[in-house]
Design a protein around this ligand. Structure first.
Ligand code: SR1
Ligand code: MG
Length: 419
């Protein structure tokens, strides 16, 4: 395959093109006439095929040379597939079992063949359906902490960290998407923006809030400059797949070296959007119970993050940062530094959280949590709560001290009527 020129796969060509790849045949067999092939990609960027046979199932993900959501007027490099593969390899090492197993990678064709997660379902769909997932907070709290810590100068040898950072700077086209779509475009009338009818008064408040816009841009400066750790880069609820009891993380093609609070901030933001959108998906009988569960997930996720990060700090601090020679070896506790570090991560997470809450309602790529609410009046009212809380988080990222303060705020905003 790799010697051929890049060509997007189709349902018709997939078997002929991949039928001789040993690693794939090991999973689905080499009799391609028995392969059942479907295209299931519902994301914004790539082709995703499922191949199933009596022997097994596999996912074939292939990057397109453009943004699928927009079309070939927006070219996007195939190299994102390379970076996705590189991130998956590191995440599998840093948090074993957290991501799908990779069976095969073809750089030229931008193809990753990986484990089909079955019967897992995209977390966002489960949240919209009002389903409970055991162990969700624990799993993703650990995932974020392990990757934040083990990808940073707290853990890695500095030469390795620096060369990896340099390599990931190559993922600049994907970083540019985040820089524009997430941090900047929500705050002016950018060409591809759209928002629900009726939201204009709220949009006006946000776009004319100089202090808030300045805070958002300060966070962008951290995004571009603070290469603290290897981030997933797009950890929203569409990048997580779950059964009732198991949670896995997918799709790290936006991987980049950035702030340690970035992934967990984006994740919490997506929980908050699930929370605010709930009245559009169920009636009052089950509503508050489910909303409270989402808030509990947020609190437990950050609690787990802290506990896991503390553990790693105490037992795996092998990098150049805060070496034990400066603390424990001299009989000094490093707890003060650790607590300050956790506070710093939390502040960044809160700012990222607020910005993501804005971009999913005002920028190009919205999320199904709100989009699937057909009653636009209701949708705009719920989105208004979400937007106003996002503003509060951006403005006050340094004074919201912990996850329980954040969830109390969510309850407050959830009871307001802005439109
Ligand atoms: C043009 S890509 C839009 C969004 O989809 C991806 O999932 C990322 O979240 C990106 O910002
Ligand atoms: Mg994705």
């Amino acid at each position: 395959m790799s010697s051929e020129k890049y060509e997007p796969l189709t349902i018709e060509t997939l078997a002929a093109r991949l039928g001789s790849v040993d690693a794939i045949c090991k999973v689905v067999g080499d009799d391609t006439s028995k392969w059942k092939i479907d295209e299931v990609g519902d994301g914004n960027l790539n082709l995703v095929y499922t191949v199933s046979s009596e022997s097994g199932n596999i996912i074939i993900k292939q990057a397109l040379p453009y943004v699928r959501l927009v079309g070939d007027s927006w070219p996007l490099p195939l190299s994102r597939s390379f970076f996705e593969h590189e991130v998956l390899v590191r995440q599998a090492k840093r948090d074993p079992g957290s991501v799908p197993v990779i069976y095969y990678f073809d750089k030229e064709q931008a193809i990753i063949a990986m484990e089909m997660l079955l019967p897992h379902i995209i977390l966002r769909k489960k949240l919209i359906a009002g389903e409970y997932i055991n162990g969700l907070a624990q799993r993703l709290g650990e995932f974020c902490a392990r990757n934040a810590f083990r990808g940073s100068d707290l853990s890695l040898q500095t030469a390795d960290k620096k060369s990896d950072t340099a390599m990931f700077q190559g993922n600049l086209a994907l970083m540019a998407i985040t820089e524009n779509l997430v941090f900047t475009e929500p705050y002016f009338e950018a060409e591809m923006n759209h928002h629900t009818e009726g939201l204009d008064p709220i949009v006006k408040i946000l776009r004319s809030d100089v202090k808030m816009k300045s805070e958002a841009q300060k966070m962008l400066m951290k995004f571009t400059s603070n290469t603290e750790t290897l981030c997933h880069g797009d950890l929203h609820s569409g990048s997580v797949m779950c059964t009732d009891n198991e949670t896995k993380v997918i799709d790290p093609e936006f991987g980049f070296y950035g702030p340690m609070g970035f992934d967990i901030g984006m994740l919490i933001s997506n929980y908050l959007m699930a929370y605010f959108s709930q009245p559009g998906h169920r009636d009052s009988e089950k509503l508050s119970e489910y909303q409270n569960w989402i808030l509990k997930v947020i609190e437990e996720t950050f609690e787990t993050f802290q506990q896991e990060f503390k553990k790693l700090w105490n037992f795996e601090r092998t990098g150049i940062l805060f070496p034990s020679s400066m603390f424990e070896d001299q009989g000094d506790s490093s707890d003060f530094a650790l607590n300050e570090m956790l506070e710093y991560i939390w502040q960044d997470a809160v700012a990222v959280c607020g910005i993501e809450m804005h971009r999913r309602v005002l920028s190009l790529a919205h999320n199904a949590d709100f989009e699937e609410i057909n009653d636009t009046k209701k949708r705009s009212q719920l989105e208004a709560r979400n937007l106003m809380m996002g503003r509060e988080l951006i403005l006050n990222n340094k004074s919201i001290k912990n996850a329980s303060e954040l969830t109390s705020l969510a309850k407050k905003f959830n009871s307001e009527n802005y439109l």
